[in-house]
Design a protein around this ligand. Sequence first.
Ligand code: ASC
Length: 147
Amino acid sequence: MRRHFAAALLGLAASCAQAQFARAEDAVKYRQGTLFVLSQHFTRIGAMVNGRVPYDARAAAENAEIVAVLAKLPGAGFGPGTEHGSRGAKPEIWTEQARFKEQNERFIAEATRLAAAAKTHNLDQLKAAYAATAATCKACHDAYRNN
Ligand code: ASC
């Protein structure tokens, strides 16, 4: 049952990532919305990793699985013509497309590793994968987000 759900989610993620948006405004909402939901689930893992809430291996694995799927989504919302929709996104996203995409791919790869690490139910592995993933969040924010 869970496996079917995960497979359906993955299929959905793959097709959404190729979605074209009716309006630039929709692309902006899409990237902001997916990044927001992503941060909610990532932060729940961070709370366990940092000892703010007790480690719950199952909850960590469920959140990490969601993070790994959602990580694939926001990139599609940064297409051509969506440069002027938000204050937070720096113009370099569109002038350094190759570098931006490469960072995005690195994040997706680390989020995938995070989900695998969470499944081991080993807190040290989770901590290491969380730190590696957070570093890719930060690298992209430092380069491409106005704070
Ligand atoms: C989070 C979150 C981010 C990243 C970033 C990592 O929990 O919401 O955007 O981690 O702060 O540096």
